[in-house]
Design a protein around this ligand. Structure first.
Ligand code: PGA
Length: 254
């Protein structure tokens, strides 16, 4: 089953808008139960959205995730602990998104701590890897392998089976200047690098690898028709329930 993860980032700007978008997204997800849908709203909306979801569905058509966590509870002003996220109903957490790496200065040591914290508390980490600039083949491969080795350090093989890895080249993200989606061929090459690395260092033969970067209804099939790509992370298009529903529908047909 393919998995589609909506990353709302810092949108929308009010709770009523978030509720409208969420309810419309849930209806779309309900029509596409053959695809695993995850929505990662901003923290401030999580509680309300979770309450509504669990009050209305004994078997919800989508799961909730958060866009970040800190390493633990304690003296960390402004942060959210993994326990808080889980106790509100989140099952997934995005870790190492390029917004956090390059705009908010998060390094691989910090990302690794977050992956370990997520696994410890039972959240499924979605680790983002990918090059910043469109570069040569070696650059891409070396960077991905290095990110995986550093970000997943000390994750044992048993827990590694839970980790999802998303290849998301920064230049392909819809808000990057001059962005355009990656080619399926390049995404497949990156997916192969990820699989090879997880097999070599963790003995994981069935890693789940996603693609992210300007995913839309126009291009989703070209990525997901390959069994090597298990799903996608969707940013901009997840803010429009109609467009996101279309992506879910196409994904559920594969
Ligand atoms: P995009 O964002 O789909 O708008 O390119 C994806 C992401 O940044 O996760």
């Amino acid at each position: 089953m393919k998995i589609i993860i909506a990353n709302w980032k810092a949108n929308p700007s009010s709770l009523p808008e978030a509720q409208d978008l969420f309810r419309a997204t849930v209806i779309k997800a309900e029509q596409c139960r053959e695809v695993e849908t995850v929505v990662c709203p901003p923290f401030v909306y999580l509680e309300e959205l979770a309450k509504w979801l669990f009050a209305n569905f004994s078997s919800p058509p989508l799961a909730l995730g958060v866009q970040d966590i800190w390493e633990s509870a304690g003296p960390f002003t402004g942060e959210i602990s993994p326990e808080m996220a889980r106790n509100l109903g989140a099952q997934y957490v995005l870790v190492g998104h390029s917004d956090r790496r390059y705009i908010l200065g998060e390094d691989d040591v910090r990302i690794n701590k977050k992956v370990l914290a997520a696994l410890r508390i039972g959240l499924t980490p979605v680790l983002f890897v990918g090059e910043k600039e469109r570069g040569g083949d070696d650059d891409q491969e070396n960077l991905i392998v290095n990110q995986l080795l550093q970000d997943l350090a000390d994750v044992g093989p048993a827990r590694m089976a839970k980790v999802l890895v998303c290849y998301e080249p920064v230049w392909a993200i819809s808000t990057s200047p001059g962005s355009h989606p990656d080619t399926p061929a390049n995404a497949l090459k990156a997916a192969e690098t990820i699989r090879r690395t997880l097999l070599k260092y963790w003995n994981i033969a069935s890693a789940r690898v996603l693609y992210g970067g300007s995913v839309s209804a126009d291009n989703i099939t070209r990525f997901l028709e390959h069994p090597e790509i298990n799903g996608a992370v969707v940013g901009g298009a997840s803010l429009r329930a109609e467009a996101f529903g279309h992506i879910l529908k196409l994904s559920s047909q594969l």
